[in-house]
Write a protein that binds this ligand. Structure first.
Ligand code: NDP
Length: 434
């Protein structure tokens, strides 16, 4: 805390991982060797830069850009870029730290990093977003590359932004280096199935947790928060597997739809019109209510998918979900549940899938995109979907088995943290003090 003042999200994420490692240090004291944990919590490199850009009225605006290259023991730094006014060094470091363990869990040879800017794309024209992305990449290009650091999307960075970023990278470097960014359009180096992968993966992880208890998703009601990339494809996959998603939200309120979310309408409002969930409720008619100050967590459901942002689900929300009979919670977002909320779920015996395991499907398919770029191949949708299912089942298995091995059966938080830690720590130790 003294070395990293004001980085509360990073402190929270680091505590959460380190608190789980007691059983590892007790059984294998070599992991407690001086220096290993200290190296793990210190990024290999952090870059902070000025991003000047001109708005449509010709005024110069100045945003701040970040890239935290946290750990490359297992492969090139890999992790998304977030454009949101709340982005700060502490937020980027928390996301980068989580990413190290998440990427290790995929087993796909990728290190951990994250970046972004406090630029707010909401309400900006396409031309403004393009100029911002070009300015951002004008600095970032010096630090990334297919063998060095491979950014992707996150909050506020979708297909449009990745397109502008890739265009500027290509222009500055005069190289067709598809593997420098993931989440590209499928016509120019992107992978089929990447857009849907995080949401689909989070639902597959929930299905695995339920199956381990002899239960099935089909017929269950579900709440989902957010209405961005992760939330939309969570809703789509839930419907495809016979569950009933009944909520979505954005920063202005939430929607409860008794008949179940109409995916086509929500996609039109969000992806085509870039509108709000209140527009969805207005167009949907009688079955949907928009609640400007309501919470999706007050709705009694069988399974819950927090898929918007960090610390969006607190202890009171968790208690409300438990009272409503929730059986499983799968974190689509990064660290959406506070530590107190996680404790409430665990004490109530709810199957709880932490983000670094449950939302790893997106980065896993990004790693497959890098593989396709390296071999100049492009795989069909079915092949990517099959790989995603196998990867999510594998992540579930390793978390489940590791939790059991270290005396915490059914505790996916401990399982994910220890399994991810062991992979990274072994690679770091083998590579010497670097
Ligand atoms: P999007 O930008 O597509 O959507 C974000 C959604 O969350 C929007 O509905 C947004 O509402 C809402 N939201 C964002 N910030 C806040 C806030 N401070 N308060 C309330 N609501 C908020 O982002 P993604 O769907 O890509 O990301 C969602 C989460 O999933 C993030 O935690 C991200 O790190 C994580 N994640 C994403 C991956 C991906 O592949 N995209 C991979 C793994 C994790 P509004 O429009 O009103 O801001």
């Amino acid at each position: 805390v003294r070395r990293n003042p004001g980085e509360s999200e990073f402190h929270q994420a680091a505590h959460e991982v380190l608190d789980s490692l007691g059983p590892v240090f007790a059984a294998h004291p070599e992991y407690a060797e001086p220096g290993l944990v200290e190296r793990l919590v210190e990024p290999e490199r952090q870059i902070i830069f000025r991003v000047p850009w001109q708005d449509d009225r010709g005024r110069v605006q100045v945003a701040r850009g970040f890239r935290v290259e946290f750990n490359s023991a297992l492969g090139p730094y890999k992790g998304g870029l977030r454009f949101h006014p709340t982005v700060s060094l502490g937020v980027v470091k928390f996301l980068g730290f989580e990413q190290i363990f998440k990427n290790a869990l995929t087993g796909l040879g990728i290190g951990g990093g994250k970046g972004g800017s406090d630029f707010d794309p909401r309400g900006r024209s396409d031309a403004e977003v393009m100029r911002f992305c070009q300015s951002f990449m004008t600095e970032l290009h010096r630090h990334i590359g297919e063998h060095t650091d491979v950014p992707a999307g996150d909050i506020g960075v979708g297909a449009r932004e990745i397109g502008y970023l890739f265009g500027q990278y290509r222009r500055i470097t005069n190289r067709w280096e598809a593997g420098v960014l993931t989440g590209k359009g499928t016509a120019w180096g992107g992978s089929e199935g990447r857009t849907a992968a995080t949401g689909y993966g989070s639902v597959l992880f929930a299905a695995e947790m339920l199956a381990a208890r002899g239960q099935d998703l089909a017929g269950l009601t579900a709440s989902v928060s957010g209405s961005g990339n992760v939330a939309l494809y969570t809703i789509e996959k839930l419907s495809a597997l016979g569950a009933h998603p009944v909520t979505c939200s954005d920063s202005q309120g939430c929607v409860v739809d008794e008949k179940g979310i109409d995916l086509e309408l929500l996609r039109t409002v969000k992806e085509v019109e870039r509108g709000r969930v209140s527009d969805y409720a207005e167009r949907r008619g009688g079955s949907a209510r928009f609640l400007p100050s309501g919470s999706v967590w007050d709705v009694p459901v069988d399974v819950a998918f927090p898929s918007a942002t960090q610390n969006e689900l607190g202890a009171d929300d968790a208690r409300a979900l438990v009272r409503g009979g929730v059986r499983a919670v799968s974190e689509g977002a990064n660290m959406p549940c506070t530590p107190e909320a996680v404790r409430v779920f665990q004490e109530a015996g709810v199957a709880f899938g932490p983000g670094k395991a449950a939302n790893a499907g997106g980065v896993a398919v990004s790693a497959l995109e890098m593989r396709q770029n390296a071999s100049r191949e492009s795989w069909g949708r079915e092949r990517v979907a099959a790989e995603l299912s196998v990867t999510m089942a594998g992540i579930h298995r390793v978390c489940h088995e590791t939790a059991e091995r270290f005396g915490r059966p059914g505790d996916y938080v401990t399982g994910a943290n220890i399994a991810g830690f062991l992979r990274v720590a072994d690679a770091m130790s083998a590579q010497g003090v670097v």
